[in-house]
Structures are given as C-alpha cells and as structure tokens.
Design a protein around this ligand. Structure first.
Ligand SMILES: Cc1cc2nc3c(=O)[nH]c(=O)nc-3n(C[C@H](O)[C@H](O)[C@H](O)COP(=O)(O)OP(=O)(O)OC[C@H]3O[C@@H](n4cnc5c(N)ncnc54)[C@H](O)[C@@H]3O)c2cc1C
Length: 448
C-alpha cells in the first residue's frame, strides 16, 4: 500500500511510476485537499479557450516530458511555439531579447548593445583582460559573479528578467549552479574569464522550438496520469506521518490514520517540514531553509484583433515602474485559438507580498494599466481569471545542491521526497525527481 502526499505533477508522476512497478493489485492513495489534482498544473477556460494559469510550458530539449507524453499515448498533443520571440522591458521601453547569452549572461559585449549603457558594454568587452579567479565547486549568487565581472546593469536588465520568469526571484537569490549548471561546470574546468566560460557553455543553436506545451493545456496530462495511475484520491490535508509497527501511518487533518508500506512526500518544501519534523529532524531543518516566493497570475481574453505585437511576451527588468514582472502573449506564443487574444500577466517577486495582499480588482486594474503602458493599448477584456500561487516558487539559493543532499540524507527508508524544490523547479525536473522517488520505494519493497 502506497501513500502519496500531494497531488501536483510530482505526486502524480510518482503514483504513475509506482503503478507501473507494482502492478494493478497495489493500492495507491493520493492525498490532496485542493478542489482538483494537478497542483500548479491548472488549466482554466478563458474566453472559451483552455489556458494554463500555472505552468504553461516545458523545456523541450529535456527528455522527461516528451517521453512521458509518448508513454501515455499523448505524443501527438505536444506543441511548440510559433517562433515569436520575447522582449525585455527596461528603462521604460521594449528591447529585443539579446542573442548569445546564457540566462542573460553575455558571451559578447555586442549582445547587450542598446540594453545596457556604453560603460557597461566596454566593461563586458574588457572582462577577459582582467584577472579572474574561480574556486572549483564554488556556488556564488548569480548577481555576485555577474555583477562583479560585468556590472549591475547586466544583472538587473539582462539576467534578472529571465530569472524572475523562472523563479519569481532575482540573480541575488539564485545560486549559479542551479541557474546555469553548464556555466558552473565550465568554470570548474578552469577558464581564463567569465566570458570564456559563457562561450564554452553556450548550447549549440536549437532547431525547432525551445519550449513545448500541451494542446488543450496541462490538464490533458494530469487527467491521463490520474487515469493510468488508477489512484484513490483522499481529498484531505495530511497533518503528519507517524511510524507504525509495520511501515507508516498517514494522519490527515480529520485525525484519520491511513496505513502505508511506503510514502512519497510530494508537497512544497514549507509543508514538508511540518509533516516529518518528529521523524526526520535533519530533513525538516533543511526544508525550512528553502525560501519561497509567491506569484499572482492575471489571465485575460482580449477581443480578437487587439493590436498586440507579434512577440511571445515581455520580461521585465528589475527596478521598473511597471507592476507586472512578466507578460505572456499566449496566442502569439502558441498560436491563435478562437476569436480572442489570450494574455497572462504575472505579479509578485521573492521578498514582496503582492500576490497574497492585492485584491482581484486591483490586480485586474494593474493588468489593464500595464498593457497600456507597455503596448499602448487600452481594451476591455472579454473574460478574465486571477490565480494566486502562494509560496509556490522555491528559491534555488547558493549551496542549494548541498542543502538537498542533506535533506535527502535525513530521510528514513521507505519515505521519499518529490517536488519542484529538489533538483530543478521546472516540470521536467519534477518528473525526474518523482521518478527517482518512486524507483527508490519500488526497490525497497523488492528488497524486503
Ligand atoms: C506560476 C508558476 C508558473 C510556472 N511555470 C512553469 C513553466 O512554464 N514551465 C515549467 O517547467 N515549470 C513552471 N513552473 C514550475 C512548476 O510548475 C512547478 O515546480 C511544479 O508544477 C511543482 O509541482 P509539484 O507537484 O512539485 O508541486 P505543486 O504543484 O505545488 O503540488 C503540491 C500539491 O501538494 C498539495 N498539498 C499541500 N499541502 C498538503 C498537505 N498537507 N496534504 C496533502 N496535500 C498537500 C497541494 O494542494 C498541491 O496540489 C511554474 C510554477 C509556478 C508557480
């Protein structure tokens, strides 16, 4: 009997993998108090069209999601972007997304011309001539390294917009090894300068779409996972896990005790600590050290024909007066469906409480104003939806890899963790971590 605590993508993939390993006879229970399964993978109908109001995409060159879709018979539902590119909003105006950068870190000064001032361009050009030292294995914040070598404007105008899009954080809160692992590896090999390391780490140009998504939204994947995993859904919150004579007891918020041979804990890091602090204090302490950010998403359906640019969206530099931190022009990015223009605006960064404390009406007013400020359009939406993701975005700070090794080391056998705070925040990394969790439990059972 397996219990999975948390029914987001991590919990559902773990459940599905356990079903495949254990066969039809196993009882697999997923605990989640939400109104539907999927966690941050949530698709709503807006303007009559399905639109993801949490995660909307996955990195297509990673194998996990395409392989999972193929396994579930959903390969034909994978779609790519139209080829429209994003823009950066900095200094109150729009700039093209620079080419030849790694998470916004330039390989050439010319990549950032127009986005940063001339003194910064000269400083980037001159970087390889300045003495550079790197301690193999070091994990500074991205801001510390990039700011030191290239200057603050590269951090706030080129790197921050990208990291804010991924983590709702900034270069100051994210460690280099998590944000740009290939760059850290290149530096460890001994490069003469940061510029050389970026050039070394730049991936070859991709043919085809960098990002994939699912026709019909992530709901299609969630529904199929639930069906194939054949889970029993207990729509309750879990309070804690207790040891039992044989295995575990999962205790829900109504006091019901559910026996389990093995448990996957697939809740966000802040929830994990409470469930297991009496069993695994090292793990709980490590989980508590993972900071989280909240974000609110405003999804709008604008009338068909609204004159939006042929771009996939806008990433916003740090320090702008604009309130949104990112705008996705979904109909431009993934292709038009129906007679509406679907747009998503996100609000809130690490360290602020905008997502929790701003009312729906204010968020909708901000969205209208931001669209006017960025694109010069003022139009009444035909439909809208506000979605809040509180404490949903873990910050991969400096030393995150060691912290996660510590977190896993403190876990008793037959308890496993899965989640977006472990080995990467993206959906592909969640699929990988959940697969690892399920494999560790399936092996333990075989060994007993
Ligand atoms: C707004 C946003 C946009 C994103 N965009 C992308 C993107 O485009 N591409 C990408 O690859 N990644 C994206 N990500 C990251 C990715 O979506 C997440 O890392 C991933 O979905 C997390 O999945 P999870 O199952 O680990 O956690 P969650 O989805 O948070 O699921 C955890 C579940 O646990 C449940 N739970 C909590 N407490 C308890 C309890 N006590 N008992 C039982 N259940 C409990 C919750 O109800 C929830 O359903 C985005 C994240 C956010 C927040």
């Amino acid at each position: 009997m397996y219990c999975i605590v948390g029914g987001g993508i991590s919990g559902l993939v773990a459940a599905y993998r356990l079903r495949v390993a254990a066969g039809p006879g196993a009882v697999i229970t997923v605990f989640d108090p939400a109104d539907r399964l999927g966690g941050v993978l949530r698709t709503e109908r807006i303007g009559g069209q399905p639109l993801d109001v949490g995660a909307e995409a996955f990195v297509a060159r990673r194998p996990e999601v395409p392989a999972l879709l193929a396994e579930l018979g959903l390969a034909a539902r994978q779609i790519g972007t139209t080829g429209a590119r994003p823009l950066i909003y900095s200094g109150g105006r729009l700039h093209p997304m620079p080419d030849g950068t790694l998470q916004g870190i330039p390989a050439h000064a010319s990549s950032l011309r127009g986005l940063v001032d001339d003194a910064t361009i000269a400083r980037i050009a001159d970087e390889p001539t300045r003495p550079f030292t790197w301690r193999p294995g070091a994990d500074p914040s991205v801001a510390d390294l990039v700011g030191d070598r290239f200057g603050d404007q590269v951090v706030t105008r080129s790197v921050d917009p990208l990291l804010a899009g991924v983590y709702a954080g900034s270069a100051a809160t994210i460690g280099l090894r998590s944000a740009v692992p290939t760059l850290a590896t290149a530096l460890d090999r001994g490069m003469a300068s940061l510029t050389d390391a970026v050039r070394e780490a730049l991936p070859p140009p991709v043919t085809g779409s960098v990002f994939g998504a699912i026709d019909g939204g992530y709901r299609v994947l969630v529904d199929e996972l639930v069906r194939c995993a054949d889970v029993r859904w207990a729509q309750v919150a879990v309070e804690r896990i207790d040891r039992a004579t044989r295995g575990w007891e999962v205790v829900d918020d109504e006091g019901t005790r559910w026996p389990a041979d093995a448990v996957v804990l697939a809740v966000p890091a802040p929830r994990l600590a409470r469930l297991i602090e009496h069993l695994a204090p090292r793990t709980a302490a490590a989980a508590r050290r993972i900071a989280v950010a909240s974000t609110a998403l405003v999804a709008l359906a604008l009338p068909g024909g609204t004159p939006l640019p042929q771009q996939s969206g806008v990433l916003v530099a740090t320090g702008e007066r604009l309130r949104a931190k990112a705008i996705t022009l979904s109909s431009r990015k993934w292709g038009q469906r129906g007679n509406v223009e679907l747009v998503r605006l996100s609000y809130g960064r690490f360290g602020d409480n905008l997502a929790a404390n701003t009312g729906d009406d204010d968020l909708l007013d901000w969205a209208t104003q931001d669209l006017a400020d960025v694109f010069g359009i003022r139009v009444d939406p035909v439909d809208c939806h506000v979605q809040r993701w509180i404490d949903a975005m873990p910050q991969y700070g400096p030393g995150h890899g060691e912290l996660i090794a510590e977190l896993r080391a403190g876990l008793p056998a037959t308890l496993a963790v899965a989640g977006g705070y472990l080995d990467g925040i993206g959906v592909p990394a969640c699929v990988a971590a959940a697969t690892r969790a399920a494999a560790s439990l399936a092996l333990t059972r075989v060994a007993r």
